[in-house]
Design a protein around this ligand. Structure first.
Ligand SMILES: [Zn+2]
Ligand SMILES: [Zn+2]
Ligand SMILES: [Zn+2]
Length: 256
């Protein structure tokens, strides 16, 4: 399995428009963060988690050619508004792409992007993206081709998001709390990519102290922080963390 961090930034990305802080003006490429997304490749199957507004640049920069399914964590714009560029993968696949997520998320995406969920018209050359909605429920496994995926619910302020476990990898973005079922889903991981928006608590995201305490409890072999805002400098944060916990950066690839 190959996991590629396509984006590791908070909702505004880093740099933030109009900000002159030390991180936003940093020359370190690891402090340039597009909106969060990951790509997972297992054998011949490619899975994209979320379609960030930066999706086109992300798939070009990382030479992503295979997207057999999209897993949506939730509908927030920083996770979904690159959806139109999926048409490139519709063209490569010559087919509509299955989209998984909870029913609420898929319903909201259908309202916003009704043309993408309408019956496809391949005779027009896949000029617009085409998705087929597959609602999933927390803790009920589903398959993308032969790859088994376990979705689990997470608390994100006033809404819930889906985390996803594929083999011994799990992805948990946009959450401020986890329930007992999620702690079960996250046992014995080789890799956990997890929300850590900043140093200070937030009502809908996790912060460094809390994320580190979850990692101590769950003991994944390796943890990578994501959805990071502009108070987090890559080198400073890396120096503060033990070797098995590290800040993510755009383009980071992990082979499991
Ligand atoms: Zn977000
Ligand atoms: Zn800044
Ligand atoms: Zn969100």
């Amino acid at each position: 399995m190959k996991v590629t961090i396509l984006g590791s930034g908070a909702s505004s990305g880093v740099p933030v428009i109009g900000c002159d802080c030390a991180v936003c003006t940093s020359k370190n490429p690891k402090n340039k963060r597009m909106r969060v997304s990951v790509h997972v490749e297992i054998g011949n199957t490619g899975i994209l988690i979320d379609t960030s507004p930066d999706m086109r640049q992300q798939v070009l920069a990382n030479h992503i050619r295979k997207v057999d399914a999209v897993l949506y964590t939730h509908e927030h714009g920083d996770h979904s508004h690159g959806i139109d560029d999926l048409r490139g993968f519709n063209f490569l696949n010559q087919a509509s792409i299955p989209a998984y997520g909870d029913a609420r998320t898929l319903d909201l995406l259908k309202q916003r992007f009704s043309y993408i969920f309408a019956p496809p018209k391949p005779e027009f050359g896949w000029f617009r993206a085409s998705l087929t909605a597959h609602p999933v429920q927390s803790m009920q496994r589903f398959s993308v081709k032969k790859v088994k995926v376990l979705p689990f619910s997470q608390i994100h302020g006033k809404i819930t998001t889906m985390g996803y476990r594929i083999g011994d990898f799990a992805y948990s973005t946009d959450l401020n709390a986890l329930d007992d079922a999620a702690f079960v889903a996250l046992r014995n991981l080789d890799l956990w990519v997890v929300d850590c928006q900043g140093y200070e608590p937030s009502f809908s995201h996790s912060h460094l102290t809390q994320t580190v305490s979850w990692i101590k409890r769950l003991q994944p072999k390796r943890a990578i922080l994501t959805h990071m805002g502009h108070d987090m400098d890559y080198e400073k944060l890396k120096a503060e963390l033990p070797p098995h916990i590290e800040p993510g950066y755009d383009g980071l690839q992990i082979t499991l």
